[in-house]
Design a protein around this ligand. Structure first.
Ligand SMILES: *[C@@H]1O[C@H](CO)[C@@H](O)[C@H](O)[C@H]1NC(C)=O
Ligand SMILES: *[C@@H]1O[C@H](CO)[C@@H](O)[C@H](O)[C@H]1NC(C)=O
Length: 479
């Protein structure tokens, strides 16, 4: 009995044992499948969030309606989990400490063209910038930028910009925050990163509308617009056409220009670019392609072909072989202006309609020769003839153009951004806050979205905390 009881119990025990073992297998399976379902849910949640997250690389954004372009150019091949990671996790470990840089040397005075900041912001001097005026600017903006606490950058992205413009422009802002940590005031501004100005002076004439125009930052303006010029993306690099960050690109061009002495340079005017950009000036320029009759050589740049051949024939440093270099606006202003001026040749600038932030430093017959659009080819020819008759005056003028670009170091580019934002912030009649649909962007998140080629340029153009204070802003021109 004892034995059978024992046996029973043993049996029962082992039965119980086998029952609990099948329970635990069952539990394990249950756990495993819930875990898999959980993973699947997370995965679809991540996919769902990623499919709605707008990014500096252009994910989930349409092209600007006022300047449509081919969205495929942006090459957006990131997985959903990567988009999620870059957008929501990469800024978590950021340090927020804002240390004011200690400056050792006394600040220098900013170049004269910084005065334009006062002129550009004049329309808001009395009426100030309100949230209502920003809401109006939003109609023309690709993004809203909010900077808080001197270190935090928040973006509300509305539209995608062509190629990698948005990424490199935002990178420039992040580098500004690194350069002057804690010194950028709280600001809230609208920015468009396409080419043409939008705030027409006639349509937004304050005496007619009774209010200030909408404030909008972009890369250029005209005499007929209220748009506020801001440094363009190419100062940090332009990967699609193999243009390096400005500090490096300038050095290369200057070195290239010095490899041929003035008297050995071609005694003709040279232009190389893309004439098919809806620019009447560039089309007209094709008619001047005659080195005998007009003393000009006009060459077509085929970017697709260049890209396929590794940019061997479009190196900017090899394009300083002529004493005269022609600048012709494209669809709007052209980033090529600074590379042309860097050559130390005389820049022949055809009646520009657009201004960027530094082109206000150009002085006719001092650092360039103006060319008339209405009398294009003869005007080029007479500039070339003048220079060839006065070689030392011509060389000196070329050097002055190059010097203007040398003075436009990255230090000064950041200083321009700094002063523009400081002056603009003084005009805000509200306290900036993070917009509900905005997202934080930081150095790590931008790098996270960049492929290898972009990352290389971004890293090359990164900035450190400045050891000197910003240059001092000159007062407005007295009227
Ligand atoms: C501004 O708008 C007016 C009227 O709509 C137009 O005639 C003018 O050409 C525009 N100005 C510019 C600079 O586009
Ligand atoms: C300009 O003329 C040169 C020499 O004749 C030629 O090689 C070049 O293709 C011409 N440029 C254009 C844009 O047609």
């Amino acid at each position: 009995m004892g034995a059978s009881t024992t046996a029973f119990f043993r049996l029962g025990g082992s039965r119980r044992y086998s029952a609990s073992s099948s329970t635990s297998v069952f539990t394990l399976l249950l756990l495993l499948s819930s875990f898999l379902i959980f993973l699947k849910l997370i995965d679809s949640a991540v996919k769902d969030v990623a499919s709605r997250t707008r990014t500096v690389a252009g994910h989930n954004l349409e092209a600007t309606p006022w300047h449509p372009f081919d969205l495929d150019e942006r090459r957006l091949d990131l997985s959903a989990s990567r988009i999620f990671h870059c957008s929501y996790l990469s800024c978590l470990g950021q340090s927020r400490a804002a240390v004011n840089p200690s400056s050792s040397s006394p600040p220098v005075a900013c170049t004269d063209f910084f005065r334009a900041i006062h002129r550009d912001l004049e329309p808001w001097r009395r009426s100030r910038v309100s949230l209502a005026s920003l809401a109006e600017s939003r109609k023309y903006a690709a993004m809203r930028v909010v900077i808080l606490g001197g270190t935090g950058l928040y973006l509300d992205l509305y539209y995608s910009c062509v190629q990698s413009r948005a990424m490199f422009t935002v990178w420039g802002l992040l580098q500004l925050l690194r350069r002057y940590p804690g010194m950028i005031p709280d600001v809230d501004f609208m920015l468009d990163c396409m080419d043409r100005p939008a705030i027409n002076r006639t349509e937004y004439d304050p005496t007619a509308t009774g209010g200030p125009p909408p404030p909008l930052f972009r890369y250029c303006t005209t005499k007929g617009h209220f748009d506020i010029p801001f440094p363009d993306w190419s100062f940090w690099g332009w990967p699609e056409v193999n243009i390096k960050p400005w500090h490096e690109q300038f050095k290369e061009i200057k070195l290239g220009s010095q490899s041929i002495p003035w008297h050995m340079k071609e005694a003709t005017a040279y232009w190389k670019g893309n004439p098919d950009v809806q620019s009447p000036i560039r089309v007209e320029l094709l008619n001047c392609n005659d080195t005998k009759q007009w003393k000009a050589q006009i060459m077509r740049q085929d970017w697709v072909q260049e890209s396929n051949s590794g940019f061997q024939n479009s190196k900017l440093s090899n394009q300083c072989k002529h004493r005269y270099k022609i600048y012709a606006e494209g669809f709007a202003w052209s980033v090529s202006l600074k590379y042309i001026l860097s050559c130390g040749s005389i820049s022949l600038i055809i009646d520009p309609q657009y201004e960027d932030f530094f082109s206000r430093g150009l002085i006719a017959k001092e650092n360039y020769i103006p060319i008339s659009l209405t009398n294009l080819c003869p005007s080029i020819k007479s500039a070339v003839n003048w220079g060839n008759k006065h070689p030392s005056a011509a060389e000196a003028m070329g050097m002055k153009g190059q010097k203007l670009m040398e003075e436009l170091s990255m230090d000064r580019v950041y200083d321009y951004m700094f002063h523009l934002l400081v002056e603009y912030s003084k005009l805000q009649d509200f306290k900036p806050a993070i917009p509900p649909s905005a997202q934080e962007v930081c150095v790590e998140s931008v790098l996270c979205f960049a492929g290898d080629q972009r990352r290389e340029l971004l890293e090359k153009s990164s900035s450190r905390s400045a050891s000197t204070a910003p240059c001092t802003l000159p007062p407005p021109e007295s009227l």
